[in-house]
Ligand binder design. Sequence first.
Ligand SMILES: Cc1ncc(C[n+]2csc(CCOP(=O)(O)OP(=O)(O)O)c2C)c(N)n1
Ligand SMILES: [Mg+2]
Length: 390
Amino acid sequence: MLAALKAPAAAAAAARGFFSSAAKATAAAAPGASSFAFSDSTFATHNCEDLPSSTTATRDELLGLYETMVLIRRLENACDQAYKGKLIRGFCHLSTGQEAIAAGMEAAITKNDSIITAYRCHGFTMTRGGSPTEIIAELMGRRAGSSKGKGGSMHLFAPEFYGGNGIVGAQVPVGAGIALAHKYRDRNAMCFSMYGDGAANQGQVFEAYNMSKLWKLPVAFVCENNMYGMGTAASRAAASTKYFTRGDYISGARVDGMDVLAVREACRYAREWTLADKGPIVLEMVTYRYGGHSMSDPGTTYRTREEVQHMRSTSDCINGLMDRIIQSGLATEEELKAIDKKARATIDKAVAEAKASPEPDMSELFTEVYAKGTEPTYLRGRIPSENHYF
Ligand SMILES: Cc1ncc(C[n+]2csc(CCOP(=O)(O)OP(=O)(O)O)c2C)c(N)n1
Ligand SMILES: [Mg+2]
């Protein structure tokens, strides 16, 4: 994947019933697992020992990862269609191409660990336990949505998933704060604080690095390097695109973010690192988004169609895992097709349920702005007659 990129590129779900039990997080390889080798370019490290050159996985684990990635891709495709059909309005950022990161991360952690990310958040909401109906309904502005239809695409939440954040970089120090809470409360849990290659240039990222190192916080800073910040190639915006080294005094690793097993391995490594009280770590997941930055960006003015096509055909995370599963003889193409079919049915059902959900009532306009008991006297409306008194 990394070699392919260099060529043309500019530079408690199971419990809630829509994943099979195979998709649940597994901390260590179970008996009966097969071995899978990584290539020399899968990982690179900065001030830490090498990551493993291979990993093991059972058939159930592999099918679980496959199912998760296929579900995310179907979900994103459904959002794309619903947006084009004007059922979804406003901002909407899809993660098509980047599914291995949400799937691999979830397989490496427990439900007590936390994740916070930016606006490209639909997949993470689902892997953390948000249902496809809650996600699609939120995007459609319906009551069944995870924020009761009042937030939209960038404001999705799930247990130990802190959004869904629209201000570039702002979630990174919040992630350090979540890690501080874990440490303070002695929870034996850590936080993945995620951001993009564009956000990596923000000052607050370095402030979060500094405090986390000083206070030895259990936080993994994860840069999803999808090569572009909106329409700007990473190399035009960053003096160093070696994002895994940019923590300087914080160790780091670059990871092939299109290889779901590599992502799982790196996230396990980061989790163990932070929980061993070694302080923070930086992971750079090298990935690619197939679509535009958001629904209003065709995504082909600052990169060529050939580049996108090349990435799809050489590095796709779902095809990569499919090849591994079939070549290892752990499942047949027909079995994988059956998973695709089931995922399609799950998402189709979610779209129908979201469409059937009503819009929130006007009386909901001023609820859930403040925690109960902390409200000010009133909330200002556009004009005084619209003020809301608590
Ligand atoms: C503080 C701030 N500045 C600018 C924007 C507009 N903006 C939204 S996304 C984005 C690019 C971020 O790129 P990256 O961090 O690489 O994330 P990606 O979209 O590639 O996932 C910008 C500049 C914003 N939302 N917030
Ligand atoms: Mg980016």
